[in-house]
Structure formats: C-alpha cells, structure tokens
Design a protein. Structure first.
Length: 472
C-alpha cells in the first residue's frame, strides 16, 4: 500500500468516523437540550499537512484517533493470514522441544553458568541449560507442554511458570505446592496452555532468582495478532552486585553494579538489526531484583500493545517513547521502523547506563587501600590505577565520568567484530554501557550487506550512507 493509497483509505475512514460521531450526537441531543448548538456536526475538514503516515519516513499520521497515527495499526510486510513470526532473542537461544504423544516436551537443566557479561569479564551465575537468561520456551496457545526439570545445582530448587493459569501442583512454590527438587533430582511439570502472551519461568527461591535464574516463556496466539509484525524480539533486563575483582554476585546486596540485557552488558549486548519499514514487536522483561527501568527508544514512537498476561485492546494502546517497566513485569511494544539509523534503546536511569562502577569507587583508585586479600591470587590483584590526580584536589567530586573500563584490543575486537555492528561509526562502543543497546534500522540493500554479505564493510560506512540518504 503506497502513501497515496493510505491517504485515500484514511480519508474514507475519516469520513465514516465523522458520520458516526454525528449520529451519536443526534441521539443524545434530546437529553441535553440546553446545548443543542454545541452538538452540531463539525465542518468537514480537509486533511492537514501531518495527517499522512509513511512506513519509510518519520511521519505523524494524525489525527490521534486515526488508526495510522504513528503507525498504530499499520501492518508489516507479513500477511495477516500467516502464523505468528518466530520469536527471537539476541544472545539467547530458543529451547528445542520434541513432540511426544501429542505433548511438546522440553528439557530444562538448572545449573551453574559462567557468562561473559563483557569481553573478558566472566561471571559465575546460575541459569538454565548453560545460559543466563535461560533459553526461551516457545509454544502456541492450545499446546500441551511437558517440562522435565533436572536440578544440577548444589541445593534444592523449583520452577515457577510466571503468569500461567495451570493446575496448582505445577505452580512451583516449594513446600506450598510441591517438594523442592533436590540436587540431582528431576521433576516433571505438565499442563495445557490456553493463554497467549509474554510469560517467563524462574526459580521460586528468591536468591536463586537474584543470581540469574529466569527465561522467557512465549506463547503465540492461535491466530496471529493483527496487524502482523515482521519481527518479534525479546529482551530480559537483569542486574547484579559483583564486588570488584570478584565473579560471584552478592545476592544479599540491595545495590548493583552490573546491568545486563540478555546476559550481556552494553556495548556487548548484540544490536537488534531490522529492515527499514518492518513492523517490530519488542517484548521487554525486567527481572532485576529491585530496580525498575524506564525504557527509552530513540527516533521512533512506539505503541504499548501488551502486558505480560495479555494483549491490550487497540483502543487502550498508548503511544510512547519511554515506558517504565517494573520488576517482574513484561511489556510488549510495537513500532514501524520507518526511520533509518542506529538508534539507542536504553534504560533512562543514569546509574543504569554504566558498567562495573568500580573504577571510581573500588580499590583500584584508592590510595593506600589494603589489598592483602588478593595476595592469594596475585594474578587477580587489581592494578593500582590511581585516578586521583592533582585534578581531584582542584575540583572536589572528581571523578564522575564513570568511563574508561580497561579493555584489550582483543576484547574491543569481540565487541566491534560482530556482524550486527558492521559499518557503525568508529568508536560507537563508547556510547553504550549497562542497560543500553542499539536498534539498527537499515534499508533492504544495507540490511543485506550487513547481515548476509561477506563484503568488507569499513567502520562508519553504513552510517555515513544512512546520513547521505536521509539528508537528500
Ligand atoms: Cu534502569
């Protein structure tokens, strides 16, 4: 559908809406005799300069009641008659399943996981099947699922299926509804899925949650939601307090110094790369122990289309560019990627836009700090990088920049050598830390060059081309 056609459709719908409003006003006029003139029908108005909506350039699509307002109900490229597009998560895999006697069967292993939050920064977390967050369970409304959970942790655990309406014996809280799964033990959960939405699974032992034990449980609707989306992408936000030179989170701490998106911190979180004009659904879960996150997307206006438990009726959707996502809440948002570029998607809490906040506050900068506790492992001993220079004496408060993590060339290479980052501006990793990632909106030819070609793509080349095209 081209813009001219969209405009014609809009005009038709606008006329119908006007007639409908007039009809309602006439019916109620009798009850409001004191103000008959106020109920007169508004004059037919020609569309204003901001009434058009385009899938390929930033546009308003007003008035606000229009179903094209900021692309509200503008479909993607995918047909309405197709099944829902598969769900995907940067840096996290989908859990395989097999059909056994009409039941989708999944195997889940609870275990210690070493996860590289940033290149070279391996942390000891707990998760599922070697991953933190755990692999995504993807199923369809109407499925019967069997989840075989094996506990390879050194202590008991259980799994809760967050938000699912299921028989009580499979809900997960230990002792209340089931015996804990002992180390080495296995428990089988089995139930029908009558819901559709963004759900998740997690340990129901609090401190196990705080050390990483969560994963998505995505249930696609039996009939794809309309308008269809081209991409369905999930992010899970977590945070940990991992003291300087340690690898194990202190789960008792009520603070944090590491933030992760899908188990990686910015700029190591892998960018989301979409095609210009795609309709995109992002599902975002905050599984931080205590921190809520106002999530902001640059360059686009998105619609809040669902909460974890259900799709929201379109009449109640809200257009936003920042949405507060609270602990244990998942939110679905949709937008048409009509603005080419490398756009930040991030939590807007300033302390959540940083990593490993120890350069300024840890022993690395403190003159005369006692480092005897590191003597047992001299290789792990922090180098005495003394940032307190004469400048600190001149300007009280120094340092505040919270930048400058030390990375080797090889570690930087791990960040900038990923396919999803090719052609971004040189130095882009300096813009991202903590709960920050990038949504790249690329026209088809550039998308294919970045994602599917073996061409040499110099730093900055794709970005420069985007600027050139959007400037002309
Ligand atoms: Cu935040």
């Amino acid at each position: 559908m081209d813009d001219a056609e969209n405009r014609r459709n809009f005009l038709k719908k606008g006329t119908a809406a006007t007639v409908g409003t007039f009809g309602l006003s006439s019916a109620t006029a009798g009850a409001q005799e004191a103000r008959p003139e106020v109920d007169a029908p508004p004059p037919q108005q020609a569309p204003g300069p901001f009434d058009e909506y385009s899938r390929t350039r930033s546009s308003y699509g007003g008035p606000p009641d229009s179903d094209r307002f900021f692309g509200k109900l503008v479909p993607g490229r995918r047909g309405s008659d197709q099944p829902p597009v598969p769900f995907e998560m940067p840096d996290v895999v989908t859990l395989p399943w097999r059909m056994v006697d009409g039941v989708k069967e999944y195997r889940i292993v609870c275990e210690h996981v070493r996860r590289e939050l940033l290149p070279g920064y391996w942390m000891d977390l707990w998760g599922y099947n070697g991953s933190v967050p755990g692999p995504t369970i993807e199923a369809n409304q109407g499925d019967r699922v069997r989840l075989i959970v094996e506990n390879r942790l050194p202590e008991p655990t259980t799994v809760h299926w967050h938000g699912l309406e299921l028989p009580i014996q499979y809900d997960g809280p230990p002792h209340l509804v089931q015996d804990p799964i002992e180390p080495g033990g296995t428990f089988v959960y089995e139930f029908d899925l009558h819901q559709a939405g963004t759900f998740f699974y997690h340990s129901h032992i609090a401190m196990q949650e705080a050390i990483g034990m969560v994963g998505y449980f995505i249930i696609h609707p039996a009939r794809a939601f309309d308008p269809p989306v081209d991409r369905d992408i999930g992010l899970i936000f977590q945070n940990y307090f991992i003291p300087p030179n340690q690898t194990v989170p202190n789960t008792m701490a009520m603070e944090w110094n590491w933030h992760t998106i899908n188990g990686r911190s910015g700029p190591y979180s892998t960018p989301i790369v979409v095609r210009h004009g795609d309709r995109v659904r992002l599902r975002i879960l905050d599984f931080s122990p205590m921190q809520h996150h106002p999530i902001h997307l640059h360059g686009h206006t998105f619609w809040i289309t669902g909460r974890e438990g259900a799709r929201i009726p379109t009449s109640a959707w809200q257009a936003r560019n920042t949405e507060l996502i609270a602990v244990a809440q998942a939110t679905d948002l949709e937008f048409v990627a009509n603005n080419p570029g490398d756009w930040l998607l991030h939590c807007h809490m300033v302390h959540h836009m940083m990593n490993h906040m120890v350069k300024q506050v840890g022993p690395r900068i403190r003159d005369g700090v006692d480092v005897t506790r590191y003597f047992g492992s001299p290789d792990d001993r922090p180098r005495p990088v003394l940032s307190r220079s004469a400048a600190a004496q001149v300007d009280p408060g120094y340092p505040q920049m919270m930048m400058g993590m030390e990375m080797t060339d090889a570690q930087m290479h791990a960040i900038t050598n990923r396919r999803e980052t090719l052609g971004m501006r040189k130095g882009w990793p300096r813009a991202l830390a903590g709960l920050m990632t990038v949504v790249r909106v690329l026209p088809d030819d550039l998308f294919d060059r970045v994602m599917h070609s073996d061409e040499d793509i110099p730093p900055g080349s794709i970005f420069d081309e985007l600027v050139r095209r959007t400037s002309s």
